[in-house]
Write a protein that binds this ligand. Structure first.
Ligand SMILES: NC(=O)c1ccc[n+]([C@@H]2O[C@H](COP(=O)([O-])OP(=O)(O)OC[C@H]3O[C@@H](n4cnc5c(N)ncnc54)[C@H](O)[C@@H]3O)[C@@H](O)[C@H]2O)c1
Ligand SMILES: O=c1ccn([C@@H]2O[C@H](COP(=O)(O)OP(=O)(O)O[C@H]3O[C@H](CO)[C@H](O)[C@H](O)[C@H]3O)[C@@H](O)[C@H]2O)c(=O)[nH]1
Length: 328
């Protein structure tokens, strides 16, 4: 099979590309390296240095099909930044995705997998876990931009018959179990890598955003899913969307508070994490956990790495071996 992967130099896209290559498929990666890394591009993948804003370049690449599926990871994806620059986020994520979807329908792509997000459910607090059919109410322009793309894909199916899987990831974490890839966002905003760096003394004490959420210990609760489990889910859905489109929540189904994540880093490393309280971060919902029963029922997929210490441990190992991330 031959796959086009946008954002394949980034955290999740590189792990999924690696899984596809490991399974013997051909992979072409489109990335502008804005937040991704050349060194994260798995060997064996063909790399096209293209910005999705450039519709002509996107058109030329998509024309070089046939593609068995297009997997679209490329996006700007910081919830906090999207509150500060709402129109940049709305414009960028929708324009880039529309350029890609337009080219895909023009050249007859049949299957499209889209990285959506639990941020679609960030607007109101609701009883966890969140089912696939929960009312969408994005808590940020980032979430709103992803919902727009889900809607555009609905029309690409109705008008052109291009089937899609919208995968609403909860919090992606961890790293390739055999240590080939890891997480290196710049700037890093995610809790687990920041807690690890604070523990390693590579950053000032971690700031914990908010202590008065309506949760047992007052800190936010999130559902961490290992990036290898996310990759497996992509393989499962590609097989499944030959004749219908699907939308799934992808998480572990279990929630961990921010304080519990710090405790996990301390257990796994045997060292303490320096941290201090800070004000709430705008746009953060108090609890996000996934009900992933629909993808389980329909494809058999379920997360294999359920233990938070294993997830944190894989992230820690990569960071210890790559203290400067992909700059090493
Ligand atoms: N990390 C998470 O926990 C999480 C959770 C939910 C959803 N998501 C979504 O998953 C996807 C991947 O997230 P990630 O954490 O791997 O992010 P990332 O920043 O590591 O990867 C994004 C990749 O897309 C590339 N890119 C960005 N804009 C581009 C453009 N205009 N043209 C070409 N390439 C471009 C970047 O260079 C990078 O390689 C995103 O769509 C994100 O919104 C991530
Ligand atoms: O320095 C930090 C960083 C994070 N947090 C807290 O840790 C929790 C998790 O925050 P992350 O930034 O790690 O993850 P988010 O839940 O904000 O966002 C992630 O998951 C979302 C979906 O749930 C989006 O898709 C988004 O792209 C993805 O980064 C939040 O309560 C946040 O306030 C801190 O206290 N201090």
């Amino acid at each position: 099979m031959r796959y086009l992967v946008t954002g394949g130099a980034g955290f999740i896209g590189s792990h999924v590309a690696l899984t596809l290559l490991d399974a013997g498929h051909d992979v072409v990666i489109l990335d502008n390296l804005s937040t991704g890394h050349r060194k994260a591009i798995p060997s064996g993948a063909q790399f096209e240095h293209i910005d999705l804003v450039d519709s002509s370049a996107v058109d030329r690449l998509v024309a070089q099909g046939p593609w068995d599926a297009v997997l679209h990871f490329a996006a700007i994806s910081l919830v906090g930044a999207s509150m500060a620059e709402p129109y940049h986020y709305l414009r960028q994520n929708t324009l880039t995705s529309l350029n890609l979807i337009d080219a895909c329908t023009k050249y007859g792509v049949k299957r499209f997998v889209f990285s959506s997000t639990a941020a679609l459910f960030g607007g109101v607090d609701r009883l966890p876990p969140i089912p696939d059919n929960a009312l969408v109410d994005p808590g940020s322009p980032y979430g709103e931009s992803k919902f727009f793309v889900e809607r555009a894909l609905l029309w690409a199916d109705r008008i052109h018959g291009m089937k899609h899987a919208c995968l609403r990831y909860f919090n992606a974490a961890g790293s390739d179990i055999s240590g080939r890839l890891g997480e290196d966002h710049r700037p890093e905003t995610h809790l687990i890598p920041l807690a690890i760096d604070a523990m390693l003394g590579r950053r000032p004490p971690l700031k914990l955003f908010g202590h008065d959420y309506p949760t047992p210990d007052g800190t936010c609760i999130r559902d961490y899913i290992h990036v290898a489990d996310l990759a497996d889910a992509h393989i499962s859905v590609i097989d499944q969307i030959c004749d219908r489109s699907v939308t799934y929540n992808l998480g572990n189904g279990k929630g961990y508070s921010n304080l519990e994540i710090i405790q996990s880093v301390e257990r796994v490393s045997g060292r303490s994490v320096p941290w201090e309280w800070a004000a709430r971060r705008e746009g953060d919902p108090s609890v996000l956990t996934a009900d992933f029963s629909r993808i389980h029922q329909e494809t058999g997929w379920q997360p294999k790495i359920n233990d938070i210490d294993t997830i944190v441990g894989s992230a820690l190992r990569w960071r210890e071996n790559h203290p400067n991330g992909y700059s090493d």
